[in-house]
Design a binder for this molecule. Structure first.
Ligand code: TYD
Length: 154
């Protein structure tokens, strides 16, 4: 099964919607295999957002992301990266489809509630960035046979 990184940004933490957001992933059938509250630093944000380093808003997103602690989580499931990206919606909350997290909770590009890995390769790198091996757990999912058919669980 595939794993992906989801960060509940300061916009989720401060608005008191952590539970609502996590509930959406749980209800979908994604398994939570890692979760912690951390305060991000410039060092880790410069790595995490390296692809945006030359953008005019780089300092602004770093300031936003370190304005309070965030929840970092690892979600597991078949095709988890793609499924989670669909659940969160496009970057700009104003353009995101209703029914997606950003579409339902955000009016902003920057204050868009969640981050999620955008490819399986990125997910591996991002999970290593935020979690040590002993912070990610393998455990049986009791509902497994009601979430997937046998051939989907391979
Ligand atoms: P990006 O990796 O392009 O989007 P996504 O989070 O959907 O993968 O951008 C990272 C974050 O940077 C984005 O979630 C919000 C912020 N951002 C801005 O503040 N302004 C912008 O114009 C863009 C493109 C992103």
């Amino acid at each position: 099964m595939e794993r992906t990184l989801v960060i509940l940004k300061p916009s989720a933490v401060q608005r008191g919607i952590i539970g609502e957001i996590i509930t959406r992933f749980e209800k979908k059938g994604l398994k939570i295999v890692g979760m912690k509250l951390i305060w991000l630093t410039d060092d880790i944000l410069e790595e995490h957002y390296a692809h945006l380093k030359s953008e005019s808003f780089f300092q602004r997103i770093k300031d936003s992301m370190k304005s309070c602690p965030v929840i970092v989580s690892c979600l597991e499931g078949k095709d988890a990266v793609e499924v989670v990206r669909k659940i969160i919606g496009v970057t700009n909350g104003r353009n995101a489809q209703p029914g997606t997290i950003r579409g339902d909770y955000s009016m902003s590009v920057q204050e868009n509630i969640v981050h999620a890995s955008d490819s399986p390769e990125t997910a591996v790198v991002e999970l290593n960035r935020f979690f040590s091996k002993d912070e990610l757990f393998d455990y049986p999912h009791a509902m497994r046979s009601y979430l997937y058919s046998n051939n989907e669980m391979e």
